[in-house]
Design a protein around this ligand. Structure first.
Ligand code: F3S
Ligand code: F3S
Length: 112
Protein backbone atom coordinates (compact mmCIF):
# COMPACT_ATOMS: atom_id res chain seq x y z
CA UNK A 1 0.00 0.00 0.00
CA UNK A 2 0.86 3.65 -0.21
CA UNK A 3 1.91 5.74 2.73
CA UNK A 4 1.65 9.42 3.59
CA UNK A 5 4.94 10.62 4.97
CA UNK A 6 6.36 13.53 6.91
CA UNK A 7 5.91 16.21 4.27
CA UNK A 8 2.15 16.08 4.77
CA UNK A 9 2.47 17.18 8.41
CA UNK A 10 1.01 20.68 8.82
CA UNK A 11 0.23 20.87 5.10
CA UNK A 12 -2.61 18.32 4.90
CA UNK A 13 -3.55 19.57 1.45
CA UNK A 14 -6.17 16.84 0.78
CA UNK A 15 -5.71 16.92 -3.04
CA UNK A 16 -4.94 13.21 -2.72
CA UNK A 17 -8.41 12.51 -1.33
CA UNK A 18 -10.12 13.88 -4.42
CA UNK A 19 -8.44 11.39 -6.74
CA UNK A 20 -8.58 8.23 -4.65
CA UNK A 21 -11.03 5.85 -6.38
CA UNK A 22 -11.81 3.98 -3.18
CA UNK A 23 -11.94 6.98 -0.81
CA UNK A 24 -9.44 5.44 1.60
CA UNK A 25 -7.51 8.57 2.64
CA UNK A 26 -8.60 9.68 6.11
CA UNK A 27 -8.00 13.20 7.33
CA UNK A 28 -6.40 13.67 10.73
CA UNK A 29 -5.47 16.96 12.34
CA UNK A 30 -1.91 17.63 11.14
CA UNK A 31 -1.82 15.06 8.32
CA UNK A 32 -3.84 12.42 6.52
CA UNK A 33 -3.54 8.63 6.58
CA UNK A 34 -4.11 5.95 3.94
CA UNK A 35 -6.00 2.87 5.08
CA UNK A 36 -3.82 -0.04 3.95
CA UNK A 37 -6.72 -2.49 4.15
CA UNK A 38 -8.73 -0.40 1.70
CA UNK A 39 -6.02 1.00 -0.65
CA UNK A 40 -5.94 -0.76 -4.03
CA UNK A 41 -2.45 0.53 -4.88
CA UNK A 42 -3.59 2.57 -7.87
CA UNK A 43 -0.99 5.26 -7.16
CA UNK A 44 -3.20 8.16 -8.26
CA UNK A 45 -2.61 9.99 -4.98
CA UNK A 46 1.17 9.89 -5.24
CA UNK A 47 1.37 12.22 -8.23
CA UNK A 48 -1.37 14.51 -6.95
CA UNK A 49 0.26 15.62 -3.69
CA UNK A 50 1.82 19.08 -4.14
CA UNK A 51 4.54 18.36 -1.57
CA UNK A 52 5.27 14.79 -2.74
CA UNK A 53 4.50 13.36 0.67
CA UNK A 54 3.19 10.00 -0.62
CA UNK A 55 5.31 6.92 -1.32
CA UNK A 56 4.74 3.23 -1.84
CA UNK A 57 5.66 1.22 1.25
CA UNK A 58 8.37 -0.86 -0.41
CA UNK A 59 10.30 2.37 -0.90
CA UNK A 60 10.58 2.65 2.88
CA UNK A 61 12.89 -0.34 3.15
CA UNK A 62 16.15 0.67 4.77
CA UNK A 63 14.85 4.16 5.46
CA UNK A 64 14.29 4.57 9.18
CA UNK A 65 12.23 7.73 8.96
CA UNK A 66 9.91 6.41 6.26
CA UNK A 67 9.54 3.15 8.19
CA UNK A 68 8.29 5.13 11.16
CA UNK A 69 5.59 6.63 8.97
CA UNK A 70 4.61 3.21 7.60
CA UNK A 71 4.15 1.95 11.15
CA UNK A 72 2.44 5.10 12.31
CA UNK A 73 -0.03 4.95 9.43
CA UNK A 74 -1.00 1.42 10.51
CA UNK A 75 -1.37 2.63 14.08
CA UNK A 76 -3.82 5.32 13.05
CA UNK A 77 -6.35 2.61 12.23
CA UNK A 78 -5.48 0.03 14.87
CA UNK A 79 -4.93 1.97 18.08
CA UNK A 80 -7.62 3.79 20.04
CA UNK A 81 -6.96 7.37 18.99
CA UNK A 82 -7.17 10.16 21.55
CA UNK A 83 -10.79 11.05 22.24
CA UNK A 84 -12.26 7.88 20.69
CA UNK A 85 -13.63 4.69 22.23
CA UNK A 86 -12.61 2.13 19.61
CA UNK A 87 -10.04 1.78 16.82
CA UNK A 88 -11.15 3.05 13.40
CA UNK A 89 -10.42 -0.23 11.63
CA UNK A 90 -11.53 -0.16 7.99
CA UNK A 91 -14.60 2.12 7.93
CA UNK A 92 -15.10 1.73 4.16
CA UNK A 93 -14.87 5.35 3.06
CA UNK A 94 -13.34 8.55 4.39
CA UNK A 95 -16.06 10.93 3.27
CA UNK A 96 -18.77 9.37 5.36
CA UNK A 97 -16.43 9.34 8.38
CA UNK A 98 -15.56 13.02 7.90
CA UNK A 99 -12.46 14.81 9.07
CA UNK A 100 -11.26 13.11 12.20
CA UNK A 101 -9.39 16.08 13.67
CA UNK A 102 -7.06 13.83 15.61
CA UNK A 103 -3.64 12.26 15.07
CA UNK A 104 -1.62 9.40 16.47
CA UNK A 105 0.55 10.41 19.46
CA UNK A 106 3.61 10.13 17.15
CA UNK A 107 2.22 12.75 14.79
CA UNK A 108 0.73 14.94 17.50
CA UNK A 109 4.24 15.28 18.95
CA UNK A 110 6.10 15.24 15.64
CA UNK A 111 8.66 18.00 15.20
CA UNK A 112 8.03 19.04 11.60
FE1 F3S B 1 -1.12 15.41 2.59
FE2 F3S B 1 -0.35 15.67 0.16
FE3 F3S B 1 -2.61 14.48 0.68
S1 F3S B 1 -0.10 17.16 1.76
S2 F3S B 1 -3.31 15.38 2.55
S3 F3S B 1 -0.61 13.78 1.24
S4 F3S B 1 -2.21 15.87 -1.00
FE1 F3S C 1 -6.16 5.60 -3.13
FE2 F3S C 1 -3.67 6.23 -3.34
FE3 F3S C 1 -4.34 3.82 -2.65
S1 F3S C 1 -5.28 6.92 -4.64
S2 F3S C 1 -6.22 3.49 -3.72
S3 F3S C 1 -4.71 5.67 -1.51
S4 F3S C 1 -2.65 4.37 -3.92
Amino acid sequence: PYVIGKDCVDVNDRACMDVCPVDCIYVGDRKSYINAAECIDCGACEVECPVEAIFVDRKARGDEERTQFVEDQKNFFTIVLPGRDTPLGAPGGARKVGELGVDTPFIADYDA
